[in-house]
Design a protein around this ligand. Structure first.
Ligand SMILES: [Zn+2]
Length: 451
């Protein structure tokens, strides 16, 4: 019944990513946990504010190349209904399950229920940033939800945690099976260039301010507390070197050094990749085989991918919170193309977060001069909020163009841009869906699917 609902929903062009979940849970509220217990290798949940989609996609890629048959929710179907829909649809018409493991990117707020129903064998946490406060409340509430999920794991359940994020690392305190990943880069590459907002400055154990030996971005780094002596746990997987010219990272583990390709820009993708490596290794993937796999990886939908449109390189990068937006702008700054134009599309539907005041937490004042962006196009339901934000950041009116409809904005922008201009499209979640639909209808896409 659920799959049929999904089929008709897709047929009517409505996407249908969670409708099968609604139907299945109406018929049997226990359906997720019943189906999941049939998977011999259990369930892995990947959560955190930023990077969970990319981390889960990278991990899924490594696991599939290793021979696992995975259930994996691609791109955004990460609330409990989406998870249920994903698992229901994999069963097809058979009695024997087609998959042997579920890898589920899970929204932080859905973690307690997801863990209760799936009893995960491993939970990976990328980071905690302020994100859509209107939906989740304060950051401590988010941390608490993930903590509750961890308590639902069976004995022997493993944690894969970002050592560089104090609140993530603290989840592993006293846990017998915590594995940490982090960076051990020689210089603080971004500190002088970008001022980030700090979300977690206080020791999660005693509440005193944290000090940093090294800060890589926002509150991620090598920290210590003078109040109680708590400090960053030693990472089991450490990125010891990041070669931006050759697009490689070196990862230290157990006295061995691995050199691996990295196909996505930005330091946050270095974190995503080392998270995936740690998680996949924990699930039995031999590290020495990962390099070959990773060189063939293509980024998940909307997480920094590009298409060619009328001779222009068009980058698509989801923006959804201040730190995420800052990181995308960092990638724009790293783009060495001769001319760059931007299209920022801000919607305020539920899935985007209905409060757009976070745009004021992105430090456009400091960032704008470093970007090399010549023209800004702004679009979406809250196009004018974005235009005002840019005006306050000192960007001249004649360089900012407001076109409310995203498809029209994209078309006009491409038509007016001189040859060779690379175009950076930065949409919120529902805006990304609109852009994708437009690109698909005009056959500009590589292969967009929500999975
Ligand atoms: Zn302390």
């Amino acid at each position: 019944m659920a799959r049929l609902a999904g089929f008709f929903s897709r047929l009517s062009g409505r996407g249908g990513s969670s409708l099968p979940g609604v139907v299945a849970r109406k018929l049997d509220p226990q359906v997720l946990s019943k189906l999941i217990t049939r998977l011999p290798h259990g369930t892995i949940l990947v959560t955190g504010t930023n990077g969970k989609t990319t981390t889960a996609a990278l991990t899924a890629f490594l696991l599939r190349n290793h021979g696992y048959r995975l259930v994996h929710n691609r791109a955004g179907a990460n609330l409990i209904l989406g998870l249920t829909a994903t698992v229901v649809q994999v069963e097809k018409w058979r009695i024997v399950p087609r998959a042997d493991m579920a890898l589920l990117e899970t929204d932080e707020a859905s973690m307690p229920r997801a863990a209760l129903e799936t009893h995960p064998t491993a939970i990976a946490v990328t980071n905690f940033f302020r994100d859509q406060l209107d939906r989740y409340g304060e950051l401590s509430t988010t941390v608490d939800m993930v903590q509750r999920a961890i308590l639902q794991m069976d004995d022997g359940g493993q944690l894969i945690l970002n050592a560089d994020d104090p609140q993530v690392a603290y989840l592993g305190e006293g846990h017998p099976h915590a594995v940490y990943f982090g960076l051990g880069l020689a210089e603080n590459i971004r500190a002088t260039r970008f001022q980030d907002t700090l979300d977690a400055r206080f020791c999660p154990r005693c509440g005193e301010p944290l000090y940093y030996w090294m800060r890589y971005y926002a509150h991620l780094g090598d920290y210590y507390c003078v109040g109680c002596g708590w400090r960053r746990p030693n990472p089991d997987w450490t990125v010891a070197d990041w070669n931006k010219d050759q697009n490689t990272i070196s990862v230290d583990h157990n006295g061995h050094r691995l050199r691996l390709p990295i196909t996505m820009p930005g330091i946050y993708n270095v974190y995503n990749q080392v998270a995936a490596i740690a998680l996949a290794a924990q699930l039995g993937v031999e590290p020495s085989t990962m390099g070959e796999s990773l060189s063939r990886f293509e980024p998940a939908f909307g997480r920094m991918e590009s298409v060619i449109m009328h001779g222009h390189r068009v980058w698509l990068a989801l923006v959804k919170n201040p730190v995420g937006f800052t990181q995308v702008l960092e990638a724009v700054a790293d783009d060495t193309g001769q001319q760059k134009w931007a299209l920022v599309i801000i919607n305020d539907r539920y899935a985007d977060g209905t409060d757009v005041s976070w745009l004021w937490d992105v430090d456009f004042e400091a960032l704008a001069p470093t970007l090399g962006l010549e023209q800004w196009w702004v679009s979406g339901i809250r196009a004018f909020d974005m235009a005002v934000r840019l005006k306050y950041a000192g960007i001249a009116d004649e360089r900012v163009h407001v076109v409310r409809d995203p498809s029209t904005a994209l078309e006009q922008m491409i038509n007016q841009s001189p040859p060779g201009v690379s175009v950076w499209v930065m949409p919120t979640y529902t805006a990304l869906l609109e852009v994708r639909k437009h690109l698909t209808q005009h056959h500009f896409t590589r292969h967009f699917r929500e999975g």
